[in-house]
Ligand binder design. Structure first.
Ligand SMILES: Nc1ncnc2c1ncn2[C@@H]1O[C@H](COP(=O)(O)OP(=O)(O)OP(=O)(O)O)[C@@H](O)[C@H]1O
Ligand SMILES: [Mg+2]
Length: 481
């Protein structure tokens, strides 16, 4: 997208806001950009507009006015053929910005000037008020609930920020800027959308009339340096013993489901477990939004595709699982199972594609099995429940339950073996379990402990040439590392 087009989008929105209430506007959202038509609405007289401004008493109003004026003048004066990707754009903007301030005879302190400049650059080249949050590496999630409420998650805890958008129309403009380059759109006909920022961060946007609090935006920040197994141990999410056990399970080709609530750390743990896959194996990953960051060389990454505006062209996870089976995979890793792909995944696990891994939304290992059952039924075959349970029991070897604790930390709370069937019931055995001993100074105190039971699949681990000391399972001496 050229700089001109991007600026025009921004400018047409500013115009709409400034002319509000504009009787001829019918669009309830105010200003979804209309393909660069902003050019026609550009004010001919900046002076006339300045006169119509409220008195300079309202500091914020005055500041916004100055920002809009400088932005509009930049729009008028920047070379329209300039490509926004080029580095010199920032320098050009800086030069024009300095010049405009001199011409306007505006005196600003150095910090004010810097702030104004950064805000304008963020509007033109970045994602407006969100830009400083996107640049802040301590932020793991950004949540916008209408233009006045912006929350972030830091260290697993929610905080409200002082950041606000100028209006709901401003939020809409930023949403559009995120989704438009991906060929997506969000409007009354399709009022929610999933997208990804250029850096890989996962974005979901929902706008009115579905959202009653104005346009909302949720951004799961993509971490360039994904959490490592060492960090998981350091954070207290896992213990060394549990890691040794899980590594052995992955190397011995067991089928693993990681389950947990939303944002509980499922994908992060899947990424860590995937790193244990030996590098001589061919891995095919299937995700709705590619989040996994595997370090192995031989990885094929597949991503599902939502339907286009006419509702056509969807490629779902189920289709990709079926396709992956034809790709000679050693491992199939599905980012998250939600629906009918569960059946194909179970069938794959039961027909020689061992070592598969996935995640599922569920509150306990038992709940995971129930969710799998429901998902399998979603595949649309009229299978008897018992047959489904048998498939599940023989396919899944291990369920790893993660949980977001009330102190914001994420912990593995169960590592559970799926043993088999007893009558109509699938039997489960906890191998590790989190034992909470207290809650002190806002922190959950406890430890992931082995239950003393050895898994039935231990012989499969031994067959793979891996010997786990009995101490891993809490038998005899604890190992020294
Ligand atoms: N063990 C951990 N300790 C601290 N932070 C973690 C841990 N695991 C994950 N996180 C952070 O928590 C957030 C959510 O993690 P992740 O994406 O893995 O969760 P999820 O369960 O897959 O979420 P969703 O349900 O949305 O797919 C991320 O910002 C991640 O960096
Ligand atoms: Mg996830």
């Amino acid at each position: 997208m050229s700089l001109m087009r991007r600026l025009e989008r921004g400018q047409s929105a500013e115009e709409a806001q400034r002319q509000n209430p504009a009787p001829e506007r019918k669009d309830p959202t105010g200003d979804l950009p209309a393909g660069g038509s902003g050019n026609n609405q550009r004010p001919t007289s900046l002076r006339a507009r300045r006169i119509s401004q409220p008195p300079a008493g309202a500091a914020r109003g005055g500041y916004m006015d100055l920002k809009t004026r400088v932005q509009n003048r930049l729009l008028a004066e920047l070379d329209p053929t300039l490509d926004i990707k080029k580095d010199e754009v920032r320098r050009t903007i800086q030069e024009l910005f300095d010049q405009i301030l001199i011409e306007e005879n505006t005196v600003l302190s150095r910090p004010e000037r810097q702030r104004l400049f950064e805000q304008i650059v963020a509007e033109i080249l970045g994602f407006g008020p969100l830009q400083p949050l996107l640049d802040d590496s301590s932020v793991t999630e950004i949540m916008v609930n209408g233009h006045k409420n912006v929350y972030v998650e830091r260290n697993g805890k929610l905080h409200r920020t002082p950041i606000a958008f100028e209006s709901d129309a401003h939020v809409m403009r930023i949403i559009d800027r995120i989704v438009a380059p991906l060929g997506r759109r969000v409007d009354e006909a399709s009022p929610y959308v999933d997208a990804r920022l250029p850096d890989g961060s996962r974005v979901n946007a929902v706008i009115p009339p579905i959202s009653l609090v104005g346009p909302t935006l949720t951004i799961r920040m993509f971490s360039k340096d994904p959490i490592t197994v060492e960090q998981l141990i350091e954070f207290g999410s896992l213990t060394t013993e549990a890691v040794i056990f899980l590594k052995a399970c992955v190397e011995a080709n067991l089928n693993v489901v990681i389950s947990g609530g939303t944002g509980s750390g499922k994908t992060t743990l899947l990424n860590v477990l995937s790193s244990f896959v030996p590098s001589d194996q061919r891995i095919v990953t299937i995700e709705n939004a590619a989040e996994l960051q595997l370090r192995q060389e031989h990885v094929v990454t597949l991503e599902t595709r939502p339907p286009n505006i006419e509702g056509k062209g969807e490629i779902n996870a189920q289709q990709l699982v079926v396709n992956a089976l034809r790709m000679r995979p050693d491992r199939i890793i599905v980012g998250e199972i939600r629906a009918g792909e569960a059946l194909d995944m179970l069938q794959a696990m039961n027909t020689g594609h061992d070592g598969s891994m996935t995640t599922a939304h569920a509150n306990s290992p038992r709940d995971t099995l129930a969710r799998l059952e429901t998902m399998t039924l979603m595949a649309g075959y009229d299978l008897p429940v018992r047959a489904i349970r048998e498939q599940i029991a023989s396919a899944i070897d291990l369920v790893v339950q993660v949980d977001r604790q009330r102190d914001g930390s994420r912990k593995v709370i169960n590592i559970t073996e799926v043993v088999g069937m007893e009558g109509d019931v699938i039997t489960l055995t906890d191998i590790f379990q989190f034992e909470q001993s207290g809650f002190e100074e806002g922190k959950v105190i406890g430890q992931l402990r082995s239950t003393g039971l050895r898994p039935n699949f231990l012989d499969r681990i031994e067959d793979a040439g891996i010997h786990l000391p009995p101490s891993i399972f809490g038998v005899g001496q604890r190992p020294r590392y």
